[in-house]
Design a protein around this ligand. Structure first.
Ligand code: NZQ
Ligand code: ZN
Length: 413
């Protein structure tokens, strides 16, 4: 087990009606002036915004609002929010929504205490030193942003989507009310489930040897979410299934799922698939992050698994109950070809990757990049951004070059 530092300062308020307690929770923490940040109207239509505002009114917390943050949030909204936060003298930023509202809010929180242009942080031209606190009301379990150290922001003018990881990004409060997720469209539910599984897998496949405690937490969470996802597809108001998905979404990305698996001196996972997906949603901002991951992750797995087959065997065993065929134990009388040990491993790994991909597809996720309308020429347009964000070589499970990334994208067309 590798050494680690783990900082997860977020206070969680979880359960039915939790969003009605937002005001009292903020007041108890001493906040008096909240900048509410939300997306393109779902929280207005569902009544969630009104409920949050009513709770702020009841607790004597004043508020100002920034609306219209789009999925794959853009720096223009962030700059607008920085100005609002300053003009209003906000002492807390309160996103009500998903990863997009939360990431925009985190960016606003950093920008409000910085004299330069907030985009500097995402282009690594400056390092943040301070922030306003962020408190999240989560309406879609997916990004895990409500407890993560990350914020991902797009800049359309520069054709970039960049992440920024810093403990300053960790929210002080996350209000997880599973009932708020009853209204999610199936596609967003599925993309969220895919994203949280991807957050666990980025860490599981870090390239470092397994850690029993972390592997069991991580793969147990994947089993729980794979059990719950079909249930919410069948019945969107299945509270227990929604609640399990929501809590996995948070724990998948607060750091817990990678403890001891981190790369010494580096990141707590491989993160190549996230890097490759971010280029997709930078290229076409209508691509949903989780849907992009549903295509990229299996393609990456097929390309790299031979580097550490033992991790894929462990994953297949714990998640899908897949074991390599063993001629000493299994009855192979109906099979003509010789099953070598290498062949048995390859078959088990391929079956594992196929099962994972079929699970994503069964939820309504795409299988190929062509389903986003992408072509081989488009693949070339993804590589310059990848180079800016990841450099010429990246990845820890297997070190890849930009040419490897090209091959993986092409294999997913
Ligand atoms: O914009 P509105 O109208 O609110 O609608 C949203 C949006 O269209 C809708 N929605 C959210 N809650 C709903 C709802 N519709 C009905 N009922 C509800 N309860 O769902 C759509 C997607 O929302 P969004 O916030 O974009 O989704 P998500 O949480 O998946 O966030 C995606 C963003 O997070 C980034 C992604 O790259 C992407 O930009 N990520 C952030 C991470 C982090 N900060 O740690 C990690 C992730 O890996 C990810 O990269
Ligand atoms: Zn993600």
């Amino acid at each position: 087990m590798n050494d680690f530092r783990f900082f997860s300062p977020t206070r969680f308020v979880f359960g039915r009606g939790a969003c009605d307690r937002t005001g009292e929770e903020l007041a108890a923490l001493g906040y008096k002036r909240a900048l509410i940040v939300y997306g393109q109207g779902s929280v207005v239509r569902t009544g969630t915004l009104d409920r949050v505002k009513a709770s702020l009114d009841a607790a004597g917390v004043a508020y100002e609002e920034l609306s219209g943050v789009r999925p794959n949030p853009e720096i223009t909204s962030v700059r607008e929010g920085v100005k609002l936060a300053r003009d209003f003298s906000a002492d807390v930023v309160l996103p009500v929504g998903g990863g997009s509202a939360m990431d925009a809010a985190k960016a606003i929180a950093l920008g409000a205490t910085y004299d330069g242009d907030v985009w500097d942080f995402w282009r690594k031209r400056a390092v943040p030193a301070d922030r306003l606190p962020v408190a999240c009301v989560v309406t879609i379990p997916a990004s895990g942003s409500e407890a993560s150290n990350s914020s991902v922001i797009s800049n359309d003018e520069e054709h970039l989507k960049c992440g920024l990881g810093t403990d300053l990004n960790r929210p002080v409060l996350a209000v997880n009310d599973p009932e708020l997720t009853f209204t999610l469209p199936p596609y967003q539910t599925a993309a969220g489930v895919t994203d949280m599984i991807a957050h666990i897998m980025e860490r599981f496949f870090s390239g470092q040897p397994g850690v029993a405690v972390t592997d069991n937490i991580a793969l147990g969470m994947i089993r729980a979410v794979m059990d719950a996802a079909p249930r919410v597809m069948e019945n969107p108001e299945d509270y227990d299934a929604r609640a399990n998905i929501m809590w996995v979404g948070t724990l998948a990305h607060n750091g817990l799922a990678g403890l001891g698996l981190g790369n010494p001196g580096g990141r707590d996972g491989d993160w190549t698939c996230h890097g490759m997906e971010h280029e997709l949603s930078a290229f076409d901002t209508s691509i949903t992050h989780g849907a992009g991951l549903a295509v990229i992750f299996p393609a990456w797995m097929r390309y790299v698994w031979r580097e550490h087959p033992e991790r894929f065997l462990e994953f297949g065993r714990q998640v899908f109950g897949i074991e390599p065929v063993d001629p000493a134990v299994d009855d192979l009388s109906g099979i003509d070809e010789e099953i070598t040990p290498e062949r048995a491993v390859a078959d088990a790994v391929e079956e594992t990757i196929d099962e994972l991909q079929e699970f994503f597809v069964s939820l309504g996720m795409p299988r190929t990049l062509s389903e986003f309308g992408m072509t081989a020429e488009d693949v070339e347009k993804l590589l310059p951004g990848l180079k800016i964000n990841r450099g010429e070589k990246f990845g820890s499970f297997m070190q890849l070059t930009l040419d490897d990334a090209r091959q993986i994208y092409l294999s997913a067309l």
